[in-house]
Design a protein around this ligand. Structure first.
Ligand code: 5GP
Length: 172
């Protein structure tokens, strides 16, 4: 393990949080087949674990947004670079995001999806960093709060590194 990474949430804690979220979603969507839309790339492991823990019928799709510029800060100039494949009119949608940070990306994605008239639209996020928020975002299902700045592991990268780590780590 690299010395500049400090473990914040070990794999066991993430496992418990994912199962708690799955139980909440299963309860709220009993008898329905929601469409879970993962935001690429960071949410892919979270989405996979979540649907396995759900043990209920769901469908999945993916969307991707990019902000111009690079580094660890969102530049705020966001465009959708990969859209969902299917229509979502009258569908129950759960957007699955890894981290809600400034909220700028989700603001664009949620508006984009709302414009297509889903029956319902909720948000499930693994981590909320509320102190960084620039736009209000309502998170319906939340794993963890974090005040640390930049997290990696469990699907989350820094320049494509560290996605494979089973826990969540803070870069120091
Ligand atoms: P936003 O600032 O628009 O809320 O977040 C934009 C994207 O930046 C998120 O979808 C998330 O993938 C990524 N992001 C935000 N905070 C972190 C972080 O601490 N670590 C990593 N690896 N990505 C983050």
């Amino acid at each position: 393990m690299e010395s500049h990474l400090k473990q914040l949430f070990p794999a066991e804690e993430i496992h418990l949080a994912v199962h708690r979220l799955a139980a909440e979603i299963r309860r709220d969507y009993a008898g329905k087949t929601p469409l879970l839309i993962g935001i690429l790339k960071g949410s892919f492991i979270f989405l996979a674990d979540l649907i396995k823990a759900l043990k209920a019928p769901v469908e999945i799709d993916f969307i991707r947004a990019a902000s111009y510029g690079s580094g660890t800060a969102s530049s705020g100039n966001i465009r959708i670079t990969k859209d969902i494949d299917a229509g979502i009119e009258n569908r129950d949608i759960i957007v699955v995001e890894d981290i809600v940070d400034t909220g700028l990306t989700l603001n664009v994605i949620l508006k984009h999806l709302t414009a297509r008239n889903p029956a319902s639209l909720k948000l499930c996020a693994l981590v909320d960093k509320p102190h960084r928020r620039q736009l209000p975002i309502k998170i319906d299902y939340l794993g963890f709060h974090a005040k640390e700045n930049f997290l990696v592991g469990y699907g989350l990268d820094y320049n494509e590194k560290y996605r494979y780590l089973p826990g969540l780590y803070v870069m120091e």
